[in-house]
Every structure is written in structure tokens, then in C-alpha cells.
Design a protein around this ligand. Sequence first.
Ligand code: ADP
Length: 364
Amino acid sequence: MAQITISHLQKRYDNVEVLRHINLTIADGEFVVLVGPSGCGKSTLLRTIAGLELATAGDIHIGSRLMNQVAPKDRDISMVFQSYALYPHMTVARNMGFSLEVQKRPKAEIEAAVNKAAEILGLTALLHRRPKELSGGQRQRVAMGRAIVREPQVFLFDEPLSNLDAQLRGQMRIEIKSLHQKMRNTIVYVTHDQVEAMTLADRIVVLNHGVIQQVGTPLELYDTPANKFVAGFIGSPAMNFISGTLEESEHGPLLRIGADLSLAIDPTISGLQSGAQVIYGVRPEAIVLSTPDTPGAIPLDITLIEPTGLSELIHGTYGAERLSVYSMVRSGAAPGDRIWISIDTTRVQLFAADSQQRLTKAGE
Ligand code: ADP
């Protein structure tokens, strides 16, 4: 069993609290991604699980074993870093088997372990090459092979794809995910890239300033973010936020945005109080291009258009608000033009302006 249990974990450097009261259970075989902006403490959390950093307070168990005082090499983990640091003078096979060589394992056993890992990673034909004869992606695969041959209970990945170009990152993401599907080891993976987190994880842990903001499956975080930080961090292009004041009307609650504009609000949202300042969260795909005579249509003054061929991301302003619209229809518009947009008000999320927490709907 390689369940990881982290209880009341704290980490302080001098007066700086880097991790605050972290409680997290990672199930055996689960792929968990730690994500958050630079400096939020994700590498520190990973390195504390690895034993490369000592916790200031709290406990870490792997399986039923308390790890606080256990040396990294005795934790039955393998770590893959951003820099793959292969030995340049050794072949791929020897790089991969070197940790077993150090442990003085029998030659035949090392060869079998290397061959098995090479087969999983598609490296069999490259076993006799040296690192300089490999591409960046192949080198990263060798670094993973080196981790696999030890058959650890837990894999820890620290931004392993950051050094690769965008296309290779996409390929390696697929390889890591299919590797996990084959091997089913427990994986804890650190990245600042929320797309990587969304595509790889069984569950994502969002950190900010050393505090866990939310833990959930990728779609739970996308559809029901706990607060404005998670809502803005998860999803690309990012969610739009529009500030306004709650009002009661004969048709139900409304969000007053400007003198001549208000938007409907789902009346089943809890804690709606007339006069309260709230933030309307709208994903770019919940906005459609419309016409000036459509009720609730908003004028958008275009500042920039990003065409991808398949879609268009239109950026613009409405008063002081900056909005992005994801359109599968080509607008034919240009910067400086005014277009009209409508918000699908059934797909909106509301956040309290003071606490930044999401106001939940009935049945949640
Ligand atoms: P992340 O991986 O999310 O970018 P880190 O875990 O590397 O963040 O760092 C979290 C915070 O801890 C940062 O503010 C960083 O400056 C600080 N930090 C990391 N290591 C040390 C250290 N050895 N001494 C002092 N502060 C540190």
C-alpha cells in the first residue's frame, strides 16, 4: 500500500511560513498534481514528502509507516526532476540501471529491469546510445526509466517537462499518463502549468501562499471552484470576472453592472443579499456573439483577436471590465470594432467580493 497521508504539515524558513497546515491524503495508485503559481510552496511540499526537506511540524506517512525521520533513500520513492542530469559518459542502459548497480544487484536482474523499463518507455532501440545522441524528449524518458527500474511505491515528479518545447511537452504528457495507466503507481506531480494539471491528474491540489485552496478532480475544480483564486487559475483561457451589486427585481435577483446593464442570477444561489458586492465569474466559452437588440447584450470594444484557426479568442473591454470571449465562429471583426455579446447566465458563478468564496447553488 502506497497511500500518502500528510497531517498538519507546516514548513517555515526563518520567519517565512512556506506551508501552512497541510492536510492531504493521496490514495494508493492515485495521480495527484500539485499546482499553483510560482512560490506557492508546491516544490517544498514535494521535497518534504521525498525527505529532502524536514517539516517544521506535522507528519507524513507512506503506507502505515511514519516517514518524518526516514532518510530519502529509505522512503521507497523515485524522483524525476526538471533537469534530467544523465551521466554523459554512460549509455542509456547504464544510466537507467545505475542505481541498481550501486545497490550491487545481480547483473541479470539489472538487465531485466532495464529492458522492462525500456520497453514501457519505447527506449529499447536506444539502449546503447549516450545522452548526447538523444533528443530532449528521449533524455527525459531515460530520466523516467531511471526512476522506473527501482520499482518504487511512489513517483515524485518536479516540473519534469518545463525544459521541453510545447510540442514535446504535449507528447510527454500523453506518455506519462499512459505510463501511469500501465503501472498504477502512486504519483505526486508538481507543475505551475494548469493545462498539464488538468490533463494528467486524477485529482488536483491547488496551492496559494502555502495554503491548500481546493482538492478535487479536474472537472470539479473547473465546474465548482471553491473560490475566485481557483476559478481564475484553472481553465485556459481564464475565467472573466465582472464586479457588480446584487439587486432584487420582480423577475428575481439581478446583478447591477452599470446604469443601463444588469444580468440575471440563478435564484437558487445561497446567501444572495440585496446591496451585496459580488463578482460574476464567466468562462470565455459561456459568452456568445450576439446583436445590439438582444436583451442583456453587452457592447464589447475589441482590443485584440487571437485566431487559432479552429477558434478565435476575442479580447475587449466593456467600461472598466476586460473580457475574453472564446468563439468557434469567426467574428470577422478587428481591434477597434465594437461587437455585441451575450452571457449564458445559467453558466455563471458568483463570488462574494469580500471573502472571494463562491456562493453555492441549491443541491451542492
Ligand atoms: P514553488 O515550487 O511553488 O514555486 P517553492 O516551494 O520552491 O515554491 O518555494 C516556496 C517559498 O519558499 C518561496 O517563497 C521561496 O522563496 C521559499 N523558499 C524555498 N526554499 C527556501 C529556502 N531554502 N530558504 C528560504 N526560503 C525558501
